[in-house]
Design a protein around this ligand. Structure first.
Ligand code: SF4
Length: 327
C-alpha cells in the first residue's frame, strides 16, 4: 500500500445471486484515496455506485478484489481478509451518511439518543455523562441547537435531519465517511448549506470522504477527484478539474454537457450531448464495452473487447478504445 494513501481499492467485484441468476453490480473497480481527500463517485441510478459504497463500509462483502485500509493506529489491513475483531475496529472508523435523512432516523428516539446510539454500540463502557457530553458537542458542531435535542426527528426540517445523520456518523470520530446521495433529497439552497458544513467538518476533523451521487455538478463541487461509473464499471477517473475540462470518455462528456451553466452566453455556445436509449439491464450487459449501445463512437472492436483501464496521464484513467476521439 502506498504510504500516502488511506485506502486503496483494487479490482473490486460485487455479484448478487438470487434464484440462479447472477447480477454483476460492481466489476473490477480500482481507485485510491489520500487522507483528507474527497473522491466523488458519479453515475446514473443502478450503475453500482451505492453497492460500491456499501462494500467500502462492509455492509456488503465484496465478491473479489482487495480493499487496503490504513487504520488510525497506522496499521495496514486488507479489509476483505480482516478477522472479526479487526472488522469491528474498521467499522468504527468508516461511517456512512444516507440519502434519506428521515427514513434512516428512528422516529421513536429523541435526537440526543439517535446521536448517542453509535457510542452505545461501539463504546458500551463509556459513562453515560460522557456520552451525553460528546453527543451534545457533536450536535452543536453540526449546527443543531442543543436546546432541541430531546425532540423527535419529525420536528426537524430535511436539512436539520441530515445534520442529525451527520452528527450520528461523526460522534465516534471516524476517519472516512461514505456519503451516499447525502444531499440529493434536499432543496438546492439547503444542499449548499450541507455541502459547506461537510467541507468545514472535513477541514476541522481531517475527514476523508467518498461522495456518491448521480449529480456531477454536486460531485465536482465537493470532490478532489471523481470516478465515473457506468453499468458497474468505472469508465473514467481524474482530478475534478481535469475531468470536467479534459474528459476522455464519451459517457463523461455527456454527463458534463448536462451540467447547467450559469452564464447565458457560455450556455448558448455549449451543446448538450443527449444519449440515445436507456441504460441496458445489468442482468444482461452488452458484450465488450458496456457503453457501446449508447456511444456515438462505437465500432466492432467495442463489441468484441472490454476496454482496458489505463492511465493516460498522471492520475487520469480511462476505459475506452477510442478515447483520442473525445479530446
Ligand atoms: Fe464508446 Fe467504444 Fe469507447 Fe466504449 S470503447 S466508450 S463504445 S468508443
Amino acid at each position: 500500500m502506498n504510504k500516502d494513501n488511506i485506502m486503496e481499492v483494487k479490482g473490486l467485484h460485487k455479484r448478487f445471486t438470487s434464484k440462479g441468476v447472477t447480477v454483476k453490480a460492481v466489476t473490477d473497480v480500482s481507485f485510491s484515496v489520500k487522507p483528507g481527500e474527497t473522491i466523488g463517485i458519479v453515475g446514473e441510478s443502478g450503475c453500482g455506485k451505492t453497492t460500491l459504497g456499501r462494500c467500502i463500509v462492509r455492509a456488503y462483502n465484496a465478491s473479489e478484489g482487495e480493499v487496503f485500509y490504513r487504520t488510525k493506529g497506522g496499521e495496514e489491513l486488507d479489509f476483505l481478509k480482516a478477522d472479526k475483531k479487526k472488522m469491528k475496529e474498521i467499522r468504527k472508523e468508516i461511517q456512512m451518511i444516507f440519502q434519506d435523512p428521515y427514513s434512516s432516523l428512528d422516529p421513536r428516539m429523541t435526537v440526543l439518543d439517535i446521536i448517542k446510539e453509535p457510542l452505545k454500540a461501539n463504546f458500551p463502557k463509556m459513562p453515560k455523562d460522557e456520552m451525553d457530553q460528546r453527543a451534545k458537542a457533536m450536535a452543536e458542531k453540526v449546527g443543531l441547537n442543543p436546546m432541541y435535542l430531546m425532540r423527535y426527528p419529525h420536528a426537524f426540517s430535511g436539512g436539520q435531519r441530515q445534520r442529525i445523520g451527520i452528527a450520528r456518523a461523526l460522534v465516534i470520530e471516524p476517519q472516512i465517511i461514505v456519503c451516499d446521495e447525502a444531499v440529493s433529497a434536499l432543496d438546492v439552497s439547503i444542499q449548499a448549506q450541507v455541502i459547506n458544513l461537510l467541507r468545514d467538518l472535513q477541514r476541522e476533523l481531517k475527514l476523508t470522504y467518498l461522495f456518491i451521487s448521480h449529480d456531477l455538478s454536486v460531485v465536482e463541487h465537493i470532490s478532489d477527484k471523481v470516478g465515473v461509473m457506468y453499468l458497474g464499471r468505472m469508465v473514467e477517473l481524474a482530478d475534478s478539474y481535469e475531468l470536467t475540462t479534459r474528459s476522455l470518455h464519451p459517457y463523461t462528456k455527456s454527463l458534463i454537457s448536462a451540467i447547467p451553466i450559469a452564464d447565458p452566453k457560455v450556455a448558448k455556445e455549449s451543446s448538450r450531448i443527449v444519449l440515445e436509449g436507456d441504460v441496458p439491464s445489468p442482468l444482461n450487459p452488452p458484450s465488450g464495452c458496456r457503453f457501446r449501445t449508447r456511444c456515438p463512437y462505437a465500432n466492432e472492436r467495442c463489441a468484441a473487447e472490454v476496454p482496458e483501464w489505463r492511465e493516460v496521464s498522471s492520475g487520469h484513467y480511462v476505459a475506452c478504445h477510442h478515447f483520442e476521439k473525445c479530446q
